[in-house]
Design a binder for this molecule. Sequence first.
Ligand SMILES: [Zn+2]
Length: 310
Amino acid sequence: MTRTLFITHESGLAHKMGAGHPEQPDRLRAIERELEGERFQHLIRISAPAVAREALLRVHPERHLRAIEAAAPREGLVALDSDTMMCPDSLTAALHAAGGAVAAVDEVMTGTADTAFVSVRPPGHHAGTTTPMGFCIFNNVAVAARHAIAAHAAERVAIVDFDVHHGNGTQEIFWADRQVMFCSTHQAPYYPGTGATSETGEFDQIVNAPLFAGATGDDFLEALTSRILPRLKDFAPDLVLISAGFDGHRDDPLGGLRFLERDYSEATKRIIDAALRNADGRVISLLEGGYDLDALGRSAAAHVLALMGA
Ligand SMILES: [Zn+2]
């Protein structure tokens, strides 16, 4: 039986970016509510620790960490960019979000679990080495990838990002890193404007498969199966990470794609299948976007069931 971790932290409920902001604490509650059912009783639930500074420093330089710490307000909100805010609890949430990603890597790489879903906020894939943006402060998936390499002797790590938005921060961080493959499906043209097929990285280890507005789950699965997974298998990663944004769902208020819950399930199964040969099925998924609370909860539940091998 597949042993699947569910990692979250209460600080994710205290990170607030202002009334009406779509990246809100209720997103985590919507996921938890769906995971209360009988089918999820075998999930191994652990609390995300705060990230070690050493792990953050593998992605973000000291001056960036100091700038974020200095920006954190004692009261009220401060804006890091036009749509990324910090409240007094945001730094703690960001440290536990990255820490949850690192904990998942520790558990999966040492074999105490096979797969993991890290349900944390703030998300990470728009955050560059020194640039918080697009609701993201630290790049959680990048911290996880570098931790697998530095602390667990992984030689190669692959990241699959199916958020509706391109993971520009992750692409920037790994642009010239031959040990990390970054693969993305996303709506284009759309925010943040990157992710063209021609963006392939220094070592041809970046694979962008943009989708036009209105693309369906079939279009998504076709792009994943024909353009991304063959490249991922050739790369032979020791670990596969997923930047799991569910804002490609048909009901999402931000995105313009038309995926359904079953598409996330099928995509997850195909990614796990691709990870079987070299990575022994080691797959860790981190929450990114997804802003319709019902669609997010149901899509994440379908994704987690697939991670559980159900
Ligand atoms: Zn997104």
